[in-house]
Design a protein around this ligand. Sequence first.
Ligand code: SF4
Length: 195
Amino acid sequence: MADDAMKPTLPTRGSAPTVGAKAPRTPDGSQAFVTTKLEHLVDLARTNSLWPFPMGTACCGIEFMSFMMSHYDISRFGAEVVRFSPRQSDLLIVAGTVTDKMAPVMVRIYEQMAEPRYVISMGVCACTGGFYRAYHVVQGIDEFIPVDVYVPGCPPTPEALLQGVVKLQEMIARGETNYQRGLAARKAARAAVGK
Ligand code: SF4
């Protein structure tokens, strides 16, 4: 048998660990080993251990409170440990209108959060300024911080925010968040110059 036939299949980033088709088997018939990358396992753990920091500035904050109630049981997704200290959080949920005066505060909170960090923009006000076409309202928080998931609606339902969290988890597992992409780009740039 060719050596290649014995090699286990290497997983691609974000896919489940795969078992080699020709992997050796234990006496009870089960496959003896799986292969994956440490990076993938860490991403998997992070996916199911999000620590949200709620920045509720307006009515969307009420929907966020509803989202946190037992009816939706967000602990099923490992994201129920809400923190009000940015240093203990890795998921910023901006729920509401952000004025120009609040923008520097939002940026400061984002910069103080633990890395890797993620951002969900909840509601049309945070996503685009909503119906506040006014000089004093930020026309989308992505003018100031990188947003991973946009949850549309005025207000979005708790179910919509729940879907946003699940989408973010899928992105983390696939290495597709802004933070992960930035990290990968920096690694590639370092590799290119041989550092
Ligand atoms: S999107 Fe609607 S519900 Fe949310 S903060 Fe803006 S006006 Fe309020």
